[in-house]
Design a protein around this ligand. Sequence first.
Ligand code: NAD
Length: 478
Amino acid sequence: MVKERAAIFIIFGGSGDLAHRKLYPSLFRLYKSGFLKDHFAVIGTARRPWSDDYFRETVVTSLKESFDDDEAIMKEFAQHFFYQSHDVNDSEHYIALKNLAAKLDDQFDAGHNRVYYMAIAPRFFGTVAEHINSEGLKAEGYNRLVIEKPFGRDLDSACELNGNISKAFPEDDIYRIDHYLGKEMIQAIPNIRAHNDKFEEALNSKYVSNIQVTLAEALGVEDRGGYYETAGVLRDMVQNHIMQIIGAVASDEPEATEAKVIHKNRTELFNSLKVLTPEEVDKDFVRGQYDTDELAENKAYRQEDNVAEDSQIETFTAGKIQFNSERWSGVPFYVRSGKRMPAKSSRIDIVFNEKVEELGIRPNTVVTLLIEKVDGHKVLINGIDYKDSKQDFIKLPDETKTDKAREAYESLIIDILAGNRIHFTLWDELRSTWKYIDAIRQRWDSQTADFPNYLSGTMGPDSAEMLLERDGNSWIWD
Ligand code: NAD
């Protein structure tokens, strides 16, 4: 038995969407690959009084949506699942959980390790963490707390949440999920940088004209209007995913392999974010909200379920982020994310300037890193399938050429079990990114936006184009 892979997973919110759509399928993949074998059990908790059998049925039903394996192996996997009804405020329920976990630990020889996974509403994170500690749930092996996003809704609430969970868990045992950090392409970026001296040499203000990060979605808010009304794209995508992508591209020492060094570099980068004044927010950030499309076939955001008729929530933003660091001073990082754009696309475009010719690179070269795997398994660079790539400017290290697609959550679970915190966000990074985002949010909250201001299926409001034109630049993905 590999000790670290043995664990009891306690999933708070075990009947929810995240658990069924992401966590159970990822655990199942790890089971099929043999990474998880005999020595693990999953306790799902939620308010409803379910039996173990019923819980297992829900797990198998959701697996059938993603896999066409034999039902027998799904049922075999589901034998590792147990259910405990649980109210987050009831101390008795934590004692019951503790006893069940101890019993299953014996039954499965699970190494006295615990993974506590918060797949519940963020307002419960602090309460649950405190009860885990005060009711003595921690076992004698490792005890790791996994926290889903969103981590706060501004700097103050993030500080409060962090205060609560850090009373119960030391920082080293806290795994804050930003599932973009689990994506293969994001993980490959430091590797690509470390293996391509010329590319790395060119990644600074001397040679880079601008960097563009686009996370575009074709869908609207679907059935998540209620949640979205409390978030908006700035909180939902920019504060976390876009910032972490920038961290992978722009922080120092990509060859570092130690989590501490990597986090130190990312923190330094985020500490050098140029926080905007209210006037700079008006100039450097634009916001939008989708209307119906030209044929009025899609709903406007304000017509979606659980969305206010006069909602001021933005479904699109584009902005110019700048850093005060020596490496990046003067280089605009244009970021953009929105719903109901023409297509789904997650990409980084690095635009080099004329001076890059000194390094033997064609001036105005654009390096495009596509963050999503294409066709489910290929990593593309410069839009070229790596297998056919003839260009010699950047080579993909062998480790990144994998046909075996790993889901973000699958790779994050492997990291959690291994105690590897590289692909999780640390409190110091969050503090700086929230501070940056708060300045924009506060300015926007003090003004009334003229929404809706872009048609579904378009690239957002015109102001997003003007933002770059003003600097003599333009979006590469257009
Ligand atoms: P959900 O509403 O589908 O599930 C919530 C779960 O919490 C359910 O199992 C519910 O029974 C349980 N619950 C609610 N109140 C409870 C209480 N008082 N005591 C005990 N259990 C209670 O939500 P979800 O979409 O699965 O999201 C869960 C968390 O994951 C949230 O923090 C969300 O922001 C985050 N998240 C979800 C997704 C996603 O794709 N669904 C993506 C990123 C982050």
